[in-house]
Design a protein around this ligand. Structure first.
Ligand code: HEM
Length: 487
């Protein structure tokens, strides 16, 4: 009888506490205690959330355990929220799993003063190394030559490009933050890279949702959510060793990389009232640049191979354009971009179709906000559904087909499309957008200049994905890279 009374009491309290307020966005019926935790298919979360928009509208709500979230769909709504009312959505929510790892430091999961100072510093340092005097262009092209050597070593036999690409792209971030690269096949580094993939996958799993919904309980229970903590802590330990070595042979008059610049910044800011620069913040910032900067670009390139192999006629057209504009005797450069409209359109279409950060990262309302005719109170988690924009039939002529024509006018000139927002938009827009665009352009054009990609007879490219925070293609081991004549 006591048990029955307790159950009725808990259910009634849950019902009263968690009722949808009148002006709150609609959504599917939430179950007691768990809410809509099991409404979503976590293997295809972005598709589940996009389908729900067809039923409940562009602004709708879900209750994940005891936490309300609001999902935003379509370009107009995302623009109104992230750009026009960007101040209200500039913060990240306090998700226990992310907070346990970042402790509110770094760039990706920090807020307020810490976020402002760390983001500004990261942007200016990236600009300095990426596009300023110490340009990353030669670093990217040199890394390409190592990558090409690995591809060639397979002598036209099928192979899996995953680890080579991960290593190549991560080496660009390594050169930026650590000032050195890692040899392909370096065991410690390979382990680090596999942690990133696994960690991102677990972050988007049902376990992460359960942890974020019931942190006190889940902290005490075993399960994959404990593995996430272990994985991220190992990555941070790896970074701490690099910081220690940098401090050992640091020369403030010659800042070699991001860590050196940060050590200078710590010294410069010492004693200032508002200072947020310290070693723990440095470790989390480097962690953030790695997390956000390696998996994303290499995953996009893995999708690029799939599309080029699936559409050999598009690959041939790209190669013909590169042959004509760049030739074979020199490496492509960013200045070539304007003269390679078809190639540029193909890269954009690869990014649109591969949709690698399908739900962006979560934001939170810092005040009450009106959106789509609803009132969303302060403190509600907001999910910007980028998928709903990148595949919107009102924005794209053939949203589900790979069609470089989306970015070309009838004269074959490249055209920008407002709904192309794989890097999100507003105050939290991807900090590495310029670097990522440069990496993708230089790597893709160099690959197309030096190789023709195909698959053995009888193989069909599978365009399905694995859902984590990033969408990655299923592993494939059949890529054939035939070097161009004379290479
Ligand atoms: C944030 C996409 C590459 C660093 C983001 C966000 C997206 C995104 C969607 C979330 C924005 C939001 O919260 O609204 C991508 C894509 C990439 C890429 C598609 C490559 C194809 C990179 C690279 C770096 C980087 C190369 C670093 C070198 C970051 C950081 C944030 C971020 C630090 C957090 C920004 C903040 O919270 O203020 N990215 N990204 N990203 N990205 Fe990227």
């Amino acid at each position: 009888c006591l048990l029955l009374f307790t159950a009725v009491f808990i259910l009634t309290a849950d019902y009263i506490k968690n009722r949808r307020p009148g002006s709150f966005p609609p959504g599917p019926r939430a179950f007691p205690i768990v809410g809509n935790l099991f409404t979503v298919d976590y293997n295809r979360t972005h598709e589940s959330l996009t389908q729900l928009a067809e039923r409940y509208g562009d602004v709708y709500s879900l209750r994940m355990g005891q936490t309300w979230i609001v999902v935003l769909n379509r370009f107009d709504v995302l623009k109104e929220a992230l750009v026009d009312q960007g101040d209200v959505l500039a913060d990240r929510p306090n998700l226990p799993l992310l907070q346990d790892i970042s402790q509110g430091l770094g760039v990706i999961f920090s807020n307020g003063k810490i976020w402002k100072q760390q983001r500004r510093f990261a942007l200016s340092t990236l600009k300095h190394f990426g596009f300023g005097k110490k340009s990353l262009k030669p670093v990217i092209l040199e890394e390409f030559s190592y990558c090409a050597k690995e591809f060639k070593s397979h002598k036209g036999k099928p192979f899996d490009p995953h680890l080579i690409l991960n290593n190549a792209v991560s080496n660009i971030i390594c050169s930026l933050v650590f000032g050195h690269r890692f040899e392909y096949g370096d065991e410690k580094f390979m382990e680090l890279m596999s942690w990133f993939g696994k960690g991102l996958e677990l972050e988007a799993s049902i376990w992460a949702q359960l942890y974020n919904s019931f942190p006190l309980l889940m902290r005490r229970l075993p399960g994959p959510h404990q593995t996430v903590q272990h994985i991220w802590n190992s990555v941070k330990d790896f970074i701490r060793v690099e910081v220690k070595e940098h401090k050992h042979n640091w020369d403030p008059s010659d800042n070699r990389d991001y860590i050196d610049c940060y050590l200078s910044e710590i010294q410069m800011n010492k004693g200032q009232a508002d200072d947020t620069f310290d070693e723990e913040n440095l470790v989390v910032c480097v962690f953030d640049l790695f997390l956000a900067g390696s998996e994303t670009t290499s995953t996009t390139l893995r999708w690029a191979f799939l599309y080029m192999v699936k559409y050999p006629e598009i690959q041939a057209k790209v190669q013909a354009e590169i042959d004509k504009v760049v030739g074979t005797s020199r490496q492509p450069s960013m200045e070539d971009r304007a003269d390679l409209p078809y190639t540029d359109a193909v890269i954009h279409e690869i990014q649109r179709m591969s949709n690698i950060v399908p739900l962006s990262l979560p934001h939170v309302t810092t005040r009450d906000i009106r959106l789509g005719g609803y009132t969303i109170p302060k403190g509600v988690t907001i999910i910007p559904n980028l998928t709903s924009v990148l595949f919107d039939k009102n924005e794209w002529e053939t949203p589900d087909a790979f069609n470089p024509g989306h970015f070309l006018n009838p004269e074959g000139k490249f055209v920008k499309r407002a709904a192309f927002i794989p890097f999100s938009a507003g105050k939290r827009v991807c900090l590495g957008e310029n670097l990522a665009r440069m990496e993708l352009f230089l790597f893709f054009t160099s690959l197309m200049q030096h190789f023709t990609f195909s698959m053995p007879a009888g193989v069909k490219p599978v365009m399905d994905f694995r859902f984590g925070i990033t969408l990655s293609p299923l592993p494939y081991e059949w890529l054939v890279a035939k070097p161009s004549l004379g290479f």
